[in-house]
Design a protein around this ligand. Structure first.
Ligand SMILES: Nc1nc2c(c(=O)[nH]1)N[C@H]1C(S)=C(S)[C@@H](COP(=O)(O)OP(=O)(O)OC[C@H]3O[C@@H](n4cnc5c(N)ncnc54)[C@H](O)[C@@H]3O)O[C@H]1N2
Ligand code: MOO
Length: 618
């Protein structure tokens, strides 16, 4: 079967050009005022009436003839006869003659004959008469008909993006429906037999995964001013893809697919477009996003996003979102950028424009440090833990430590976290972080925590268990945790310690070598080897599963819970919470070390307070 190979990649500019050449625009909608916010007017709206529609009292007080007050002041008030009253929403049933006044409420129609009003504070009523202790000029305290907007005036111009303030104006004019640019409708078709919608059960043993792209891209479409329509997943079968894509193309201005863009035998989406529409390009010199497609299907524009969530999102953000915004009539987003320095060296030699997700951290001098967040295109945390993107030109070989880079933030309201921590995964730490304002914690394990602290990236590192090298850093606080083997409830295999893992037939689940628990287990294994006078590797080899370590602190426990293992490395706290049996092997201190350069950061002080509070709790 013929497979796609990517020999000639289009340039990013060619990809932009190709998308620009497609028409994404919808037509015109008439929407009720209640749905008009954020929509873009397509025509000018003129006032068809005066606002206000009548001469209106601006204050509570007395309507009168200005000339009756001339010369009046506190010492020598004008004395007028009260001949009636008029309230807001009432038609006046009285006129004001010479020497007369009418009691009037704010917003009421000025009675005939009156040309000004005096606020109640400057009057002294006495029975049927009122003393006016000030003089006013004609027009004082009156808003005349049409003073706000007059009939025939231009109220809002075409292209206005309707704000709550504009809705105020439209309401005053009595306009209940407005002509706006239709939102471009964007159909989203995710392909892949493995996809399951969130909310349904996922069979991991069969390789099923939750569909990330449909919802992420739909949210991006709505953000860009489009209307997202989710279509059912298309499997990897070409006929099914064709049927769903054509259905979407018939109903939408733009169809976005995800997946099936690359080089495998089931990556056939390009054939559907080639055979049923027009394929403008397939393969662009960007990383991630290389296998993207641009074309037309029926009357609709088409962009094929790669299946990997990071690739899909980056292609969407870079190439598709601007086109949707334009079609929706929205202004280009103000891309907020920040300048920062690279926290470490970053090599790169793939010759494609790299869209590198990065995180930000503020150093002790208030300068911004930039570090790549790259767990690979398949990891959703690559974007959730990033603040923005640095574009690295294709000809760049590496970015040097300290090199200045421009980060375009994912949105203008993105702020660097108040605290950046790296290190051990721990439940007490998770609770501490909950109480802080916008922290970020990269749970990479004790060893990477220590290494990154030495390199000067994080504000704090969280370490547990024995460390081979120490670091010259101050301790901000610490706590103890009890660790051991998590076993089935009631411990049916009667596991009592590491020796049983060696001597009995037990499937064990370990943690990665980066974790502090694993270091403590390593020490226990070394102890046992010494007591038995054998080599350490003899012990290790005899434990089934010792070499395969899982990343997070609960992962081994979950394997035991699922009956996939007889024992796992973990914490007493986890065993208690998941109702598992627990065989204690010891307790270890979890220490929070602070980067000396960052002592004065508010986030560090906040964490220190939180650490003190748990120290006094115990
Ligand atoms: N031999 C080669 N293999 C690959 C190449 C290549 O040039 N030669 N390109 C790689 C690149 S770059 C990318 S990007 C991916 C793109 O692959 P596809 O667009 O064909 O996507 P799939 O194979 O369908 O899926 C990739 C990956 O992403 C997962 N996925 C797919 N859709 C979703 C979704 N809606 N939500 C969550 N995750 C999704 C899918 O399960 C796969 O794990 O190809 C490389 N391969
Ligand atoms: O281009 Mo793929 O999108 O490198 O990950």
């Amino acid at each position: 079967m013929e497979r796609k190979e990517f020999r000639d990649l289009a340039s990013p500019e060619e990809a932009r050009e190709a998308i620009r050449s497609l028409s994404l625009e919808g037509g015109i909608n008439r929407v009720p005022l209640s749905e008009a916010r954020g929509r873009v007017l397509v025509a000018r709206l003129d006032a068809e009436l005066d606002v206000p529609g009548f001469d209106r009292a601006s204050l509570d007080g007395y309507a009168l003839r200005a000339r009756d007050t001339f010369g009046a002041d506190e010492a020598d008030p004008a004395d007028l006869e009260i001949v009636g009253e008029v309230h807001a929403g009432e038609e006046p049933d009285v006129a004001v003659g010479e020497g007369e006044a009418v009691e009037i409420s704010t917003g009421a129609v000025m009675p005939a004959g009156a040309d000004a009003m005096v606020p109640v504070e400057r009057t002294t009523p006495a029975g049927e008469r009122v003393q006016i202790r000030t003089s006013v000029a004609p027009g004082d305290n009156v808003m005349f008909a049409g003073a706000d907007v007059a009939a025939g005036e231009r109220a809002l111009g075409p292209g206005t993006r309707i704000t709550p303030r504009d809705i105020g104006l439209l309401s005053a004019l009595g306009i209940d429906e407005v002509p706006v640019r239709a939102k471009p409708t964007v159909g989203i078709v995710s392909t892949g037999d493995e996809l399951v919608r969130p909310g349904e059960d996922v069979a991991s043993e069969r390789g099923e995964i939750y569909d990330v792209n449909s919802y992420t891209i739909a949210a991006g479409v709505e953000d860009a001013g489009g209307e997202a329509i989710l279509y059912p997943h298309a499997g990897d079968d070409q006929d099914e893809m064709e049927r769903i894509l054509r259905e979407a193309a018939a109903e939408c201005d733009l169809v976005l697919s995800s997946g099936s863009t690359s080089a495998s035998a089931v990556d056939v989406i390009y054939r559907v477009i080639e055979e049923q529409g027009e394929l403008l390009l397939h393969g662009v010199g960007v990383k991630p996003g290389k296998p993207m497609l641009v074309g037309r299907l029926e009357e609709s524009a088409y962009v094929g996003l790669p299946g990997y969530p990071v690739s899909a999102m980056m292609v969407f953000r870079t190439f598709v979102a601007p086109a949707i915004r334009e079609a929706a009539g929205l202004p280009e987003t103000e891309t907020a950028t920040v300048e920062g320095r690279m926290a470490g060296q970053e090599r790169y030699d793939e010759g494609r424009l790299r869209l590198m997700p990065v995180g930000l951290v503020t150093d002790g001098d208030g300068e911004t440090l930039v570090y790549p967040v790259d767990k690979g295109s398949g990891a959703t945390t690559s974007l959730a833990e990033a603040d923005g993107v640095v574009e690295v030109a294709p000809e760049t070989d590496y970015l040097e430590t300290g090199e200045s880079v421009t980060v375009s933030l994912f949105s203008p309201d993105v702020r660097p976290p108040t605290l950046l921590g790296v290190g051990e995964d721990d439940p007490t730490l998770s609770r501490l972080l909950d109480g802080l304002d916008n922290p970020r914690y990269l749970s990479e394990g004790s060893r990477p925590g220590l290494r990154r602290l030495r390199e000067g990236l994080p504000d704090v590192a969280v370490l547990a268990g024995p460390t081979d090298r120490d670091v010259d850093a101050e301790e901000l606080g610490s706590w103890e945790r009890e660790w051991g083997l998590l076993v089935k409830p009631g411990n049916p295999d009667r596991i009592e310690g590491v020796a049983d893992l060696v001597d009995e037939d037990v499937q064990f689940v370990n943690r990665t070598t980066d974790s502090g628990l694993r270091s403590s287990l390593g020490a226990a294994v070394a102890d046992l080897a010494e007591r038995r006078d054998v080599e350490r590797h003899d012990i290790v080899d005899a434990i089934t599963g010792f070499d395969l370590g899982l990343r997070a602190h609960e992962s081994p426990a979950r394997k035991v819970l699922a009956d996939e293992a007889g024992a796992g490395l973990g914490l007493r706290e986890t065993a208690d919470r998941l109702d598992l049996g627990f065989v204690s092997l010891g307790s270890q201190r979890v220490r929070v070390l602070v980067n000396s350069d960052r002592r004065s950061k508010p986030g560090v002080a906040e964490l220190e307070d939180a650490l003190e509070s748990i120290a006094t709790d115990r």
